[in-house]
Design a protein around this ligand. Structure first.
Ligand SMILES: Cc1cc2nc3c(=O)[nH]c(=O)nc-3n(C[C@H](O)[C@H](O)[C@H](O)COP(=O)(O)OP(=O)(O)OC[C@H]3O[C@@H](n4cnc5c(N)ncnc54)[C@H](O)[C@@H]3O)c2cc1C
Length: 462
């Protein structure tokens, strides 16, 4: 890795809080960072996953693009690589790589909306809760994830799916422009048909530079979220297999405003179903009929107003210990049919382990979105995830071991395509698991960060 000194670090950007869509020039003051054993360092190193104990060499808490540049300059002078934190929700803490300088953007959360175009400009550290509050007050939404504390930075750069992704596409598909500061401190403000923008739609986590700001298209907010739940208890492995096969068979016929998740916890199953259009209700009821016949119970429809409804999916606000990972981007039941009974036994054997499959497909498979992004595995209409939780330290190792065993089982049966926003250190070949267009991503990496200063533990390798 080659480093620059302060004299060579000249091409600098704007100091505005929410930078205008123009580049500017400014001079970086003497860089200051938070070193270990300081309050600022400890504050930044608190990640959502409290299992992780990150040990970056230093932290730079950024409020402006000048702070970002100042941090980059410090890292160059100290010969450190750079990691980037927005919301701090990475499953593996890659936002705070060991011995790196971590640029903490969580204080950069300004936002604005253009009243004419309804385009939304947001700094990279904003959290989904802040974005929902801001946009819903104006009757708009940005299709994104469910959990309130997730940062728009990491979510967008890796893809971003949620209840509305089948209707409108991924969060990265709504991206119209961004501002990025590269390893030389150069500001790139890009929009339109730009290769860097394409690379950042699904391949941008910590790879090319520091994205400080995004511009998105927004959508009219739905009025209601229509919900239904299906439950089945005391399940045997063969019953799980039947339910899963039926769930895959029916969900492929759902209209694109609908989302469903198959959530196996112990010997109990909950199937979530949501949709946003009242007129879809009759179709969806007919589609779900075969499943309704084999579950233990089905709730009646409930349809809270959309702003209240999404809060019920916000999850916990504070840190908690867990071990979660992608368990495969999937095309259908065939990939799981030989392992599902063993998997069901493993989930039932360890309390705290949850295995879930979510619907993708719909607008995510739009050809125009696919052509304008590097988000991998769009042909997969489903994504599976494995989750492990514990309340007390003694159970931690047991839950992690059970999660590892399920991952090994799935890998052995050839499930190797994964969502880069659900990363795991155990994946044998993360580049081919996460990235769809590696040659292109390597080209972009060479262009913007040839020295690999933004070294991501599972990032694009040159
Ligand atoms: C509780 C929980 C719920 C989740 N729910 C969903 C969901 O519903 N849908 C979904 O799609 N995903 C979901 N995720 C996964 C989530 O999308 C990823 O963890 C995402 O990367 C988090 O972004 P962040 O900014 O909060 O995280 P961070 O940990 O800050 O960053 C994540 C990664 O992105 C990089 N990065 C962050 N900001 C920048 C930036 N400004 N410039 C360049 N690189 C950057 C980091 O280096 C790191 O590699 C969930 C995760 C958790 C823990």
């Amino acid at each position: 890795m080659k480093y620059y000194n302060r004299r060579s670090f000249l091409n600098l950007g704007s100091a505005a809080l929410l930078a205008p869509w123009t580049s500017g020039q400014t001079i970086v003051a003497k860089p200051t960072v938070d070193l270990p054993d300081t309050a600022g360092y400890r504050l930044s190193c608190t990640l959502f996953n409290s299992r992780l104990k990150p040990k970056p060499a230093a932290v730079k808490r950024c409020l402006t693009e000048d702070d970002v540049m100042s941090g980059i300059l410090w890292a160059r002078e100290q010969k450190k690589s750079i990691s980037i934190k927005s919301g701090g929700h990475c499953f593996e803490g890659f936002c705070m790589a060991d011995d790196s300088l971590s640029l903490d953007l969580s204080g950069m959360n300004q936002m604005s909306i253009d009243p004419k175009t309804q385009q939304f400009t947001v700094a990279a550290g904003a959290k989904l809760r802040q974005i929902n509050d801001f946009l819903l007050a104006k009757g708009r939404i940005l299709p994104a994830g469910s959990c309130a504390g997730v940062g728009i930075g990491g979510l967008t750069l890796g893809g971003g799916y949620g209840l509305l992704a089948r209707q409108y596409g991924l969060t990265c598909d709504q991206l119209l422009g961004l501002r990025m500061i590269d390893a030389q401190g150069k500001v790139h403000q890009i929009e339109g048909d730009h290769e860097l923008l394409k690379a950042c739609r699904g391949g941008g986590n910590g790879n090319f530079g520091v994205i400080t700001q995004f511009r998105f298209r927004t959508q009219k907010a739905p009025t209601h979220l229509y919900n239904r739940r299906f439950k089945a208890n005391d399940l045997t492995p063969s019953k799980v297999k039947l339910l899963l096969e039926t769930w895959f068979a029916v969900t492929k016929n759902l209209p694109s405003d609908a989302f469903s998740a198959f959530v196996l916890n112990g010997k109990s199953l909950t199937i979530l179903l949501t949709h946003t259009k009242l007129k879809s209700q009759a179709t969806i009821s007919a589609v779900m009929k075969p499943l309704e016949k084999i579950v233990s119970s089905t709730t009646r429809y409930y349809a809270p107003l959309y702003p209240a409804a999404i809060k019920t999916y916000y999850g916990r606000s504070g840190p908690l210990p867990f071990k979660n990972a992608c368990a495969g981007m999937l095309q259908g039941f065939a990939e799981l049919k030989d392992v599902i009974e063993t998997l069901a036994q493993q989930v039932a054997a360890t309390s705290g382990v949850i295995w879930q499959v979510n619907t993708l497909g719909g607008a995510i498979q739009d050809q125009a979105y696919a052509a304008a992004s590097v988000f991998a595995h769009r042909d997969c209409s489903y994504m599976s995830e494995i989750q492990g939780y514990w309340d007390d330290a003694p159970r931690e190792q047991r839950v992690i071991k059970a999660v590892d065993e399920i991952q090994t089982l799935l890998a052995k049966c050839g499930i190797k395509r994964h969502y880069c926003n659900y990363p795991d250190r155990n994946f044998a070949d993360p580049q081919s698991s996460y990235f769809g267009n590696l040659d292109f991503l390597q080209k972009i990496k060479r262009q913007y960060d040839p020295e690999d200063i933004f070294h991501h533990p599972q990032g694009v390798r040159l």
